[in-house]
Design a protein around this ligand. Structure first.
Ligand code: ADE
Ligand code: ZN
Length: 350
């Protein structure tokens, strides 16, 4: 029976078209590429080799990861560096049958070191446009404000980004969550929406459900990044379900950053069964040990997800995206067709 087109959940996951909605491009920086770019820019990394970098990737919480993640990003200086970083990610996820990506970038991590915003945006954008033609991957860019920095600095970043408005779909909020509540950034998000940007925010990764409420009510976000701590507030769960507010959940990230002790304790399946629009994503795949399909596969195994639930996650990824309705439907029809073949294959096994 192994010759059937879908003999395992792994082959089903591989076959499904997927959208990735929660990926920090700086978090896709693989150690090998980090060495290449560091050398080309004449920067000495504080590690002798790739293996030493990988050995440093043990995190106790979000902050312990962010310290290493920001250090890695320091070698990115010029437009080709941002192009190479983005192209490497896109060619990798093309193998996972990812058809659409909405990627985060952290301008302040670069502009605060003197890197022109133009080089950051042009490098990323050039790779995204090439991917549309050569890999059949569509995309959107999301500019994230670093919440450990000031509101004034976020506002300044927004102003600097306005000339690139045609390339950026939404603004987001990331970095150290605890002690940096979304409500602090209300004025920045008001200004961003007025300028025509959509909004998203990391909330409820390490922070309390109250931060999710603030992101919804004050920042008026279209979706919540992570949001897994919503399960501490039944009223919030009902609100998310009733208003179809998607969560971009990142299971391997959550385990690496000790939000959950292990994957089998993750609440993704429970949230799906509570009717929430849950999507599955990699967050920072170079640091957390897996791209899209690895997240799908390990989560499916650990939580014993059904084929229907896996298909639902793939469909949700398009529902929750910023694609036009007709583009969403095109991908979802393909998913339905694949699921039908899967079911036929299963009934011939039974
Ligand atoms: N920046 C990159 N990854 C992040 C995460 N998981 N949470 C907050 N900020 C981030
Ligand atoms: Zn994230």
């Amino acid at each position: 029976m192994s010759t059937l087109p879908f003999s395992s959940l792994e082959t089903l996951i591989q076959a499904l078209p997927k959208a990735e909605l929660h990926i920090h491009i700086e978090g896709s920086f693989e150690p090998e590429l980090m060495f290449v770019i560091a050398q080309r820019n004449g920067i000495k990394l504080p590690y002798p080799d790739v293996k030493a970098i990988e050995q440093a990737y043990h995190f106790s919480d979000l902050q312990s990861f962010l310290d290493i993640y920001y250090a890695g990003a320091q070698v990115l200086l010029k437009e080709p560096d941002f192009y190479d970083l983005t192209w490497a990610y896109l060619t990798r996820v093309a193998q996972d049958n990812v058809r659409h990506v909405e990627l985060f970038f952290d301008p302040q991590t670069h502009t605060d070191r003197g890197v022109p915003l133009l080089d950051v945006i042009e490098g990323i954008y050039r790779a995204l446009k090439q991917a549309e033609v050569e890999l059949g991957i569509t995309s959107r860019m999301i500019l994230c404000f670093l919440r450990h920095l000031s509101v004034e600095q976020a506002m300044e970043t927004l102003q600097k980004a306005l000339p690139f408005k045609d390339k950026i779909t939404a603004v987001g909020l990331d970095s150290s969550e605890k002690g940096n509540p979304p409500e602090q950034f209300k004025a920045v998000f008001d200004a961003a929406r007025l300028a025509g940007f959509l909004t998203v925010a990391h909330a409820g990764e390490e922070g309390p459900p109250e931060y999710i409420w603030q992101a919804l009510e004050q920042l008026k976000v279209s979706r919540i990044d992570h949001g897994v701590r919503c399960d501490e507030d039944p009223k919030l769960i009902r609100h998310l379900a009733q208003h179809n507010i998607p969560l971009t959940v990142c299971p391997l990230s959550n385990v690496k950053l000790r939000v959950f002790e292990n994957l089998s304790q993750h609440n993704l399946k429970t949230l799906l069964e509570e009717g929430l629009c849950i999507t599955l994503n990699s967050d920072d795949p170079a640091y957390f040990g897996g791209y899209m399909n690895q997240n799908f596969l390990e989560t499916s195994k650990a939580l014993d997800l059904s084929a229907e639930q896996i298909v639902q996650l793939a469909k949700n990824s398009f529902t929750a995206s910023f694609l036009k309705e007709e583009e969403k439907r095109k991908h979802q029809r393909e998913i339905d067709a694949i699921f039908q073949v899967w079911e036929e294959a299963q009934s011939s096994i039974d």
